[in-house]
Design a protein around this ligand. Structure first.
Ligand SMILES: Nc1ncnc2c1ncn2[C@@H]1O[C@H](COP(=O)(O)OP(=O)(O)OP(=O)(O)O)[C@@H](O)[C@H]1O
Ligand SMILES: [Mg+2]
Length: 406
């Protein structure tokens, strides 16, 4: 665990970049520092590996002050990744990645073997090993940066806006890869970004900082979305908080029906029977392997099996992977579906059922109820209610109602 304990950084010119910041960064998870430009994110990150020396408070790594060990030993236990990767331009990719192992005295072959293993792990083709950084795309360079930081297998990874310089599509891929690598390696990652969506996607815990290096809120992303501590956090989170929060609710418990599903090789009698049984004007047609082909229109029922013409189908839209994707995905599928029904598939893309907007809305209400109305009241709202209770029970009641309504 990394404990940041009342840490302050005052630069020599008097700028207070970080002010009495306290955070407990748990092991084996991703903690994101997010906030507007100049709020002290980079300063905080660099104080952890002592590239910037703090001027107040203390930082503990596994219970020991970071000043208790030589700075080089401290930095060896912490990989560091920056925007634009910061690669050595005169070294090949493989030698860039092998930098730290070589510094640690590994022989060249062993260090290069490790580097090649890591290239594979971060999704870089082996054919790029002998190239120089300028011969790689921005996204590829960023992967090299991650591989280099992992080379000596440090328990801690510090990442400062590592994906900010790449386009949104590559960025999404890199984010997904980081989550995949993290699931395998379980590092303690401190990740800096100014992008709240990136913070919500990657963070197990998210610290929102405000200008002047003050902590505005420290919470899991789900809680941040449901109960922002104040107007600053709420504003920083932006719109659609409710919809975005649905990405933390699994689709696993969603009620599905198979009644309107029918295979393409069904007889007219079967189509008529299905139409009657489902009571729906639409049937979802699947191929013989169970994969969705599209929805039949209302005319299909009237015309019987003769209407099962693939050419006349309405598109089934994007299906969601049942149990793997979230209620947000399911809702999105239903909203985009021409019939208002979302199609649920298994890992292999075969239909397991369909579900309506109404059923999804019920599941959302159920998920909210399970987690405490529209989310547990934030710590500050709870504290305010407790404080008011000491003064006047009537105020306490109205405050509690208010915090629930967040
Ligand atoms: N060496 C320095 N001397 C004086 N002030 C500094 C120094 N480095 C940073 N600052 C100031 O400290 C504050 C925090 O800077 P920092 O780089 O930590 O912000 P940041 O949150 O990483 O911003 P960004 O999102 O733009 O990267 C800013 O006001 C900055 O101008
Ligand atoms: Mg910065």
């Amino acid at each position: 665990m990394i404990q940041i304990d009342s840490v302050t950084k005052r630069y020599p010119d008097g700028t207070v970049a970080v002010d009495e910041l306290s955070l407990e960064i748990p092991d084996g998870s991703i903690t994101v520092l997010v906030g507007p430009s100049g709020c002290g994110k980079t300063t905080t990150l660099r104080m952890i590996n002592r590239m910037v020396e703090l001027t107040g408070g203390r930082i503990l790594l596994d219970g020991a002050d970071i000043h208790a060990q030589p700075v080089n030993a401290l930095r060896r236990s912490m990989g560091y990744v920056i925007q634009n990767a910061g690669l050595f331009q005169h070294r090949t990719i493989v030698d860039n990645i092998a930098t730290v192992p070589r510094m640690l005295g590994w022989d060249r072959d062993r260090a290069r073997k490790r580097a090649r293993d890591l290239m594979d792990r971060v999704g870089l083709d082996a054919s790029l090993a002998k190239r120089y950084p300028y011969q790689l795309s921005g996204g590829q360079q960023q992967r090299v940066g991650v591989a280099r930081a992992l080379a000596a297998d440090p328990p801690v990874l510090l990442m400062d806006e590592p994906f900010s310089a790449v386009d949104p599509i590559v960025r999404k891929v890199l984010q997904a890869e980081l989550l995949r690598i993290q699931a395998e390696l379980g590092k303690t990652i401190v990740f800096v970004t100014h992008d709240i969506d990136e913070a919500i996607k990657l963070g197990d815990m998210v610290a929102v900082l405000r200008t002047g290096g003050k902590l505005a809120q420290y919470a899991p992303p789900d809680e941040l979305l449901s109960a922002p501590a104040d107007a600053f956090v709420e504003d920083f989170l932006g719109t659609d908080r409710g919809i975005r929060r649905l990405s933390f609710f699994t689709s696993a418990g969603l009620e599905l029906t198979t009644a309107p599903i029918i295979a393409v090789d069904s007889s007219a009698a079967q189509v008529a029977e299905r139409t009657k049984a489902s009571g729906a004007p639409y049937l979802l047609l699947t191929d013989t392997d169970g994969k969705p082909l599209g929805w039949t229109g209302p005319a299909a029922a009237a015309k019987g099996g003769a209407a099962l013409s693939v050419a006349e189908l309405l598109p089934h839209g994007r299906p969601f992977v049942f149990g793997k994707e979230s209620l947000r995905d399911a809702l999105d599928c239903a909203v985009l579906s021409p019939t208002g029904w979302a199609v649920a598939v298994d890992d292999g893309g075969r239909v397991v059922g369909v579900t309506s907007q109404t059923t999804i809305a019920e599941a959302i209400r159920g998920a909210h109820a399970e987690r405490g109305a529209a989310g547990s009241p934030s710590a500050s709202a709870k504290a305010a209610a407790a404080e008011a209770a000491a003064v006047d029970p009537a105020i306490a009641e109205s405050k509690a109602a208010e915090s629930k309504a967040v």
